[in-house]
Design a protein around this ligand. Sequence first.
Ligand SMILES: [Zn+2]
Ligand SMILES: [Zn+2]
Length: 67
Amino acid sequence: MRGGLTTLVKREKPYVIGPRPVHKHTCVAGEHTWECNSPYCNYMEIECPEHGGPAPIVEGYEPWRGR
Ligand SMILES: [Zn+2]
Ligand SMILES: [Zn+2]
């Protein structure tokens, strides 16, 4: 695979969506921190989605809310 136009741009904070206050998680798998602003996070020490953790639930897109 070559770079160029198809290179995926890695966002710095892909789990920060909207103006809500941001909190910092500690990824126990990768030993790094990652930020998100989901209002539904209960644990700060949790794997980031890239390391197998669950994706944060975005306010307004709750899976239990339907469409
Ligand atoms: Zn969070
Ligand atoms: Zn991680």
